[in-house]
Design a protein around this ligand. Structure first.
Ligand SMILES: C[S@@+](CC[C@H](N)C(=O)[O-])C[C@H]1O[C@@H](n2cnc3c(N)ncnc32)[C@H](O)[C@@H]1O
Length: 224
């Protein structure tokens, strides 16, 4: 069902009528993603086609935090090369795809939105990389058995940050490398997050973020 609606949104039917375009990511032009020119219109069309309320199509934008993380991985492939990586709150799959292209041994992309998991699958194919996709909510679980956890713009609301930050802390404390991409939305409340890179560029992220032109990659350090 999601796959069909997604295909419709990409123009092969009438649900979203050409709302998605295979687009180069501004800060990581190595990657092309199916992105919406007008996410609000896409959202309305998908809801009309599904006949029910849906979450916003966050998967149809390349968020500023994800763009920064993807750029960082291309510039520092040693962070993920040969390692098992989890991309939490993957959305379009942007960060997962960057990790795979940078040489990760395995990449798991996790998002609870079924439309996102369809998008990740089609975006991975478009970029010719292999990514395992999971839709379980991992945030209440103990630990995921990986070497690196990446979270691009996963701190976009206080509510989600309150779940994501403890998940990231648990992993950091067990020796997992944790990197966060965040444009300063004000929910990065853990003082163990230190900037490792800063990027500045116009046209970062979604339309609502039009005033954002700076974004950081932060590394979490273990509790002393
Ligand atoms: C702002 S988008 C960021 C997407 C992508 N990382 C990027 O930077 O472009 C946040 C994503 O978090 C996902 N999300 C929300 N709650 C989640 C949860 N409990 N577990 C996994 N993903 C979640 C949403 O579905 C959405 O796709």
């Amino acid at each position: 069902m999601q796959r069909q609606l997604f295909a419709d949104a990409a123009g092969s039917g009438d649900a979203g009528a050409d709302q998605l375009r295979l687009t180069r990511v501004p800060l990581a032009p190595e990657i092309r993603l199916y992105l919406a020119e007008d996410p609000t219109l896409l959202w309305a069309r998908l809801e009309a086609a599904a006949g029910r309320r849906l979450p916003p199509p966050f998967w149809a934008s390349a968020w500023a935090g994800g763009q920064a993380l993807a750029r960082y991985l291309f510039d520092h492939p040693e962070v993920v090369a040969g390692r098992r990586v989890l991309d939490l709150a993957s959305g379009s799959g942007l960060v997962a795809i960057a990790a795979a292209m940078a040489g990760a041994a395995t990449v798991a992309a996790n998002d609870i939105d079924p439309y996102a998991t369809t998008a990740i699958s089609l975006n991975a194919i478009a970029n010719e990389v292999r990514v395992t996709i999971t839709r379980d909510d991992l945030l209440d679980e103990g630990l995921v058995d990986v070497d690196v956890v990446l979270a691009g713009d996963a701190l976009y609301s206080g509510e989600l940050a309150a779940q994501v930050l403890p998940f990231l802390s648990r992993h950091t404390d067990q020796g997992v490398r944790v990197l966060v991409g965040d444009p300063g939305r004000g929910h990065c409340t853990v003082d163990r997050l230190e900037p490792v890179a800063r990027y500045r560029r116009a046209t970062l992220g979604v339309a609502e973020d039009s005033l954002i032109d700076r974004v950081q990659v932060l590394a979490m350090s273990p509790r002393p």
